[in-house]
Design a protein around this ligand. Structure first.
Ligand code: ASP
Length: 322
């Protein structure tokens, strides 16, 4: 991470001030967030129990792109930490009259909002806002373009740790599909590299594989070969909304080459887990019997997202161990 981005996110005292990317965040910070999430899960016992951590604070969900899981999860996480929550309605706001994102944010800031959860199609929007908000206000990136989705990276690492243990070094993790357009893949690679995954692999058609994956990632075009011996298989959606032109022949052909079905899954370790950030396109990247099968932890990812987002927001307001 560039030094200034690190300073933006961590401040001089090392406390988390904004979360715009996992790229370059120290391992100790990642592990602390995962441990805090685990402590919240233990404290609430999986039940809907409110903690007073954000009492008197206001959290604004600013989603300029569609979302089901992430937005609901942030809303529930904030309200379970006793915050007031505003779900800003972009479609009916002055954004449609040409107001800039920064002016929108400044307006809400003037109403004493403390924490903004931002999703935007342009890479870098959350970082830009983090550089312009006033002291004491935090930005959380809920997905920017194909750049980063840090809370998804954290909840995926949390899910892997919960199922496979904290010794990431001995794990083989495979990410499959539209890596090129996936902010989920990028944030996962940032987190899993930092946490020390021993065998990190990506697989997809050449047109959907970026060339800047960095060191330490094995790249495969042959899905059967990529699957051999891995502990975790993470499937990704074809992000057609980010493609200027058709980059894959047809959905049926894509499924034939890169869809995860039961035969393919048997090539991974017998106790391998199957992950997907959602939304899933059944029959395109994943077969229904695998998505709903015994090795799938897809709904665990959703549940874990809640405690991970609670942990992030708790740390952003400087709350100590929960
Ligand atoms: N929900 C994830 C995201 O917002 C993945 C996806 O859309 O495919 O990036």
């Amino acid at each position: 991470m560039a030094a200034d981005l690190r300073a933006l996110q961590l401040g001089d005292d090392g406390r988390l001030r904004h979360l715009v990317t996992l790229d370059g965040l120290p391992k100790a910070v990642l592990v602390d967030l995962l441990d805090t999430a685990a402590a919240i899960a233990a404290a609430t016992g999986g039940k809907v129990k409110k903690l007073p951590v954000l009492r008197g604070r206001t959290v604004v969900n600013l989603f300029f792109e569609p979302s089901t899981r992430t937005r609901t999860s942030f809303e529930l996480a904030a309200s379970r930490l006793s915050a007031d929550v505003v779900n800003f309605d972009v479609a009916n706001s002055s954004t449609t009259k040409g107001e800039s994102v920064l002016d929108t944010l400044r307006t809400l800031e003037a109403m004493h909002c403390d924490l903004f959860v931002v999703r935007h199609k342009e890479n870098g929007t959350p970082e830009y806002l983090a550089r312009h908000v006033r002291d004491g206000v935090s930005i959380v990136n809920a997905g920017d373009g194909n750049n980063a989705h840090p809370t998804q990276g954290l909840l995926d690492a949390y899910t892997i740790r919960a199922h496979k243990g904290a010794d990431f070094q001995r794990l083989g993790v495979l990410l499959v599909g539209d890596i090129l357009h996936s902010r989920v893949a990028r944030s996962n690679l940032h987190a899993l590299r930092t946490l020390g995954v021993g065998d990190l692999r990506v697989c997809g058609p050449r047109a959907l594989l970026p060339t800047d994956l960095g060191a330490g990632v094995q790249v495969f075009e042959d899905f059967d070969r990529a699957l051999r011996g891995v502990d975790v298989v993470m499937m990704l959606r074809l992000q057609k909304e980010r493609m200027q032109e058709a980059l894959v022949p047809s959905e049926a052909e894509y499924f034939r080459q890169y869809g995860l079905d039961a035969r393919r899954l048997s090539l991974a370790r017998p106790d391998a887990i199957v992950m997907h950030p959602g939304p899933m396109n059944r029959g395109v990247e994943i077969a229904s019997d695998v998505a709903d099968g015994p090795q799938s932890v897809i709904l665990d990812q959703v549940s874990n997202g809640l405690v991970v987002r609670m942990a992030v927001m708790a740390r952003l307001v400087g709350a100590g161990p929960v």
